[in-house]
Design a protein around this ligand. Structure first.
Ligand SMILES: [Zn+2]
Length: 58
């Protein structure tokens, strides 16, 4: 079982899932909102939220 953390930005009034680029080894990549540019580490307007989703496929 794997837990995936999905990030969302609520700047448009509803949660928009943030997109990651390809995740490289040893190089943590932060998702960025394509609308306002906020990310989990740079969230001045507190619009970033996340949900943890479990994947039981593996
Ligand atoms: Zn946003």
């Amino acid at each position: 079982m794997t837990v995936y953390r999905k990030w969302y930005c609520t700047c448009t009034g509803e949660p928009i899932e943030l997109t990651y680029d390809e995740i490289l080894e040893d190089e943590p990549v932060m998702p960025v909102c394509e609308f306002c540019g906020a990310s989990p580490s740079s969230d001045p307007r507190k619009t970033i939220i996340y949900r943890d989703e479990e994947n039981w496929d593996d």
